[in-house]
Design a protein around this ligand. Structure first.
Ligand SMILES: Cc1ncc(COP(=O)(O)O)c(C=O)c1O
Length: 394
C-alpha cells in the first residue's frame, strides 16, 4: 500500500505539492482570489465568454428547458437537441463534415487515440504534447514513438522505421506549456507520405488563432489534410466538454469505439447550450481573437523589456522561464502579493528543471494592466535574482 502521508511530504519537499485556490464570483480578467482582488493571468477563458451574459443566459435557459442532466450516455438515452445543434455548428465552423462531443478534452484525446491506434500499430506523439495525449497513447494498445519537440526529422525517421505500422501522428496545435505552434504543414506532408492519420489538438487554438478564431489548422491553411481535430469547449468557448471534428465515417467509428464516449454520461444540456451561444458570439464578433493576440503581443513585449525570458511564445500563452519548482512557486507568490495571479507550472506538467510561470492572456484584459503586470513580474523576478536589472533589460 502506498504511504500517502509520506508521498505528500515528498511532494512538499520537492516544491511539487499542489493546492486549490478559491475564486469568488465568475471568471473574468479581474477576480477575487482567496478573498483578495487580483488580475487573473492564468485562465483559459481567453475571450471572456465564460462570464458573458448571453452565454450564462443560454446555460440557464437550457437548464430550464432541458433539465440539469442528460441521464445516460449519448448511445443509450442521453442524446438531446443541444448536443446535435452544437455538433452541427462546430463542424460547419471548423470546415469538417461532422463533429462528435466528448465529456472533456482529456476524454476526447484518450478516446480518439486509443480508438485509432491499435495493437501492432505505432502512434507518433510530440514530446511536449498535453498529458491527455500522453495518457491516450498509454491507453492505446499501439507502440508510442515520442519524437523530439517539433522535430520533423526525428518524426520522419520514426515513420520510416515503423513502415506500414504507422497509424497516427498526434500533436498539440498550440503547445500548452510554451505557447508555440506545431509545424503543421510539415506534419501533414509526412502523414500523407506515410499514409497515416494526423490528429491536431486545438485546445488553445480554437477561438484564439486563425481566421475568425478557427484555430491553428485553419491558420496554417490546412483542412482535410488533418484527419481529425480535437478541441475543448472549456477554454475560449467558455463552457465545458470537448469535440472531435472529422469526416462522417470517422465520427461514426469514434461513436462506436471511443470508450469515454460510449461509457460515459452525455454532457448536461446547459453545457453544449452555453458553448453554442459562445460560438455564435465568436462568429458574430470575429475581432475577439485579434484583440486577444494584440494583448498577448503587448504582454510579451512588456516582459521582454523587463529582461524576462518568454521563450519562443507566439500566442496568448506566455511562459516565464524559471527553472526549479520552488523558485517558480516563490515567484508566483511574490507576484500574487502584488495583485497578479499567474500560476507556477512544475513537474509533471513540465520536465524537471523547466518550471515556469505561465501567463494566459485574455481579450478582456486592458493593455495598461498587462504592462503593469509585466513591471510587477520584473520586480518580483529581480528580487529573486531571476531577471537582469531593469536598466540592462531595455
Ligand atoms: C492541449 C490540451 N489538450 C487537452 C486539454 C484538456 O481539455 P479539457 O480541459 O477540456 O479536459 C487541455 C487542457 O487542459 C490542453 O491544454
Amino acid at each position: 500500500m502506498t504511504d500517502v502521508a509520506e508521498r505528500l511530504r515528498e511532494l512538499e519537499r520537492g516544491g511539487l505539492r499542489r493546492r486549490l485556490r478559491l475564486i469568488e464570483g465568475p471568471q473574468g480578467a479581474r477576480v477575487v482570489l482567496d478573498g483578495r482582488q487580483v488580475l487573473l493571468l492564468c485562465s483559459n477563458n481567453y475571450l471572456g465568454l465564460a462570464e458573458h451574459p448571453r452565454v450564462r443566459e443560454a446555460a440557464a435557459e437550457a437548464a430550464l428547458r432541458w433539465g440539469a442532466g442528460a441521464g445516460a450516455s449519448r448511445l443509450i438515452s442521453g442524446n438531446m437537441e443541444p448536443h446535435r445543434q452544437l455538433e452541427e455548428r462546430l463542424a460547419a465552423f471548423k470546415g469538417y463534415e461532422s463533429a462528435l462531443l466528448f465529456g472533456s478534452g482529456y476524454l476526447a484525446n484518450l478516446g480518439a487515440i486509443a480508438a485509432l491506434a491499435g495493437r501492432e500499430q505505432v502512434v507518433f506523439s510530440d514530446e511536449l504534447n498535453h498529458a491527455s495525449i500522453v495518457d491516450g497513447c498509454r491507453l492505446a494498445r499501439a507502440e508510442t514513438f515520442v519524437y523530439r519537440h517539433a522535430d520533423v526529422e526525428h518524426l520522419a525517421w520514426g515513420l520510416r522505421r515503423a513502415g506500414g505500422r504507422a497509424a497516427l501522428i498526434v500533436t498539440d496545435g498550440v503547445f500548452s506549456v510554451d505557447g508555440v505552434l506545431a509545424p503543421l504543414a510539415e506534419l501533414a506532408q509526412l502523414a500523407r507520405r506515410h499514409r497515416c492519420r494526423l490528429m491536431v489538438d486545438e485546445a488553445h487554438a480554437t477561438g484564439a488563432l486563425g481566421p475568425g478564431g478557427r484555430g491553428s489548422v485553419a491558420a496554417a491553411g490546412l483542412g482535410e489534410e488533418v484527419d481529425l481535430v480535437v478541441g475543448t469547449l472549456g477554454k475560449a468557448l467558455g463552457s465545458y466538454g470537448a469535440y472531435v471534428c472529422a469526416g462522417a465515417e470517422l465520427r461514426e467509428y469514434l461513436l462506436n469505439a471511443a470508450r469515454p464516449f460510449v461509457f460515459s454520461t452525455a454532457p448536461p444540456p446547459p453545457v453544449p447550450a452555453a458553448a453554442l451561444a459562445a460560438l455564435e458570439l465568436l462568429e458574430a464578433e470575429p475581432d475577439r481573437p485579434a484583440r486577444l493576440q494584440v494583448n498577448a503581443a503587448s504582454l510579451r513585449e512588456a516582459l521582454a523589456a523587463e529582461g524576462l525570458d518568454t521563450g519562443g511564445s507566439e500566442t496568448q500563452i506566455v511562459p516565464l522561464a524559471v527553472g526549479e519548482a520552488e523558485a517558480a512557486m516563490e515567484l508566483c507568490e511574490r507576484l500574487l502579493e502584488r495583485g497578479v495571479f499567474a500560476q507556477g507550472i512544475r513537474p509533471p506538467t513540465v520536465p524537471p528543471g523547466s518550471s515556469r510561470l505561465r501567463f494566459s492572456v485574455m481579450a478582456t484584459h486592458e493593455p495598461a494592466e498587462l504592462r503593469r503586470a509585466a513591471k510587477l513580474a520584473g520586480a518580483a523576478a529581480r528580487e529573486l535574482g531571476l531577471a537582469r536589472p531593469a536598466a540592462m533589460a531595455a
